[in-house]
Design a protein around this ligand. Structure first.
Ligand SMILES: [Zn+2]
Ligand SMILES: [Zn+2]
Length: 147
């Protein structure tokens, strides 16, 4: 029986809920995540799209990833908080940001990706499986392995 989780932006205009527990929780140290996060990395939750619901206006910024897939980063147009991302290569999944959770401790990070791009001052957890870039086979393979 999944417990799910809830979150939202800083101003409260955007709220989201997942009825599924996270499949994967990954720290990503890629440059795009650093620049959009306000710090050294993003922490992404991976869940099925059909378990996720969101209320309030979300603005998306689209940008291609290394893979050529388009990553759409959703944020609150009022307060700027990152809410969730989508990836054109994984249309059945969504990626809520752990930073937006009401209770950030409902998730436990399970891996580190793009560790090779982490700034020297950002902590890369040595206890987690760590990939220099994306895992071999792509995130879909990891989801299949962890699902
Ligand atoms: Zn907001
Ligand atoms: Zn990233």
């Amino acid at each position: 029986m999944p417990n799910g989780f809830q979150g939202g932006c800083l101003c409260g205009a955007v709220r989201f809920e997942s009825v599924a527990d996270p499949k994967i929780v990954a720290h990503c140290h890629c440059v795009d995540c650093r620049k959009s996060s306000g710090t050294g990395h993003c922490t992404h939750i991976v869940i099925p799209d059909d378990a996720f619901s969101v209320s309030g206006e979300v603005t998306f910024y689209d940008r291609p990833a290394d893979s050529g897939n388009i990553v759409s980063r959703g944020f609150c147009p009022t307060c700027g908080s990152a809410i969730y991302s989508k990836n054109s290569g994984m249309p059945s999944m969504v990626f809520p940001r752990a930073s937006a959770l009401d209770d950030p401790n409902v998730v436990t990070p399970s891996m580190v990706v793009y560790a090779s791009r982490a700034p020297a001052w950002d902590h890369v957890d040595p206890a987690l499986p760590s990939f220099p870039e994306t895992p071999e086979g792509g995130p879909e393979k990891v989801i299949a392995d962890h699902g």
